[in-house]
Design a binder for this molecule. Sequence first.
Ligand SMILES: O=C(O)c1cc(C(=O)O)c2c(n1)C(=O)C(=O)c1cc(C(=O)O)[nH]c1-2
Length: 241
Amino acid sequence: MSSNKAWSKKEFEERLRAKGDRYHIHHPFNVAMREGKLSREQLRGWVANRFYYQVCIPQKDAAVMANCDDRETRRRWVQRILDHDGWEGNAGGIEAWSRLGEAVGIDREVLWGQQLVLPGVRFAVDAYVNFARRAPWQEAVCSSLTEMFAPEIHKQRLSNWPKDYKWVAPEGLNYFRSRISLAQRDVEHGLEVTLNYFKTRAQQERALEILQFKLDVLWSMSDAIALSYPDKPAKTKQKKQ
Ligand SMILES: O=C(O)c1cc(C(=O)O)c2c(n1)C(=O)C(=O)c1cc(C(=O)O)[nH]c1-2
């Protein structure tokens, strides 16, 4: 039966990439961000909540490594943890995100204390970390492939924030700048693992479901943030008495 035939690697990759139409780049909250429509409070809410994702990513990557029995893979994967946690002479991504927090005016203690992290964001991010703890490491690698779509969203922010959110200190944007090349490197490795591991058609379809799960994690985070930081109703002109 032809419908059960495995896709070629090329077609499999194309189907993974086609999932980009469900990326949070299309979420109404992100669309509003790109169109310069967010209030200071909304932008601060987003930065404070995304911080929880940032601090959990290295734990997620450590879970992948803990489950991985392949030394070569671990040697490459460990770099992801260092990218976020930093090392001597490099403060790392979490610190860069915390500079973004300062640039939008969030008190360092409030940010690091996770005081603004919403329950929905916590649930979504924790679901991702728990998936990486429990799944075979190759499945966890597959779930990181939303990063295929991340360079575009970082580029959007780099291009529109300086004109639409002039009140944000420019050095706050360094995190986005740093992630473009790192995401591309991560994706190269993630795709290599995924295209080799998911071989049969059923496995390839499972990979698409895993990617969808991760897209849903990101979408749910945006839903929770949008709900708690709603648009202000447009001001109506006061009638002169
Ligand atoms: O700003 C974003 O929209 C965005 C999205 C994603 C993603 O697609 O998962 C990541 C990042 N940023 C990011 O900065 C990052 O370090 C990262 C790591 C991972 C991952 O799943 O391992 N995703 C992402």
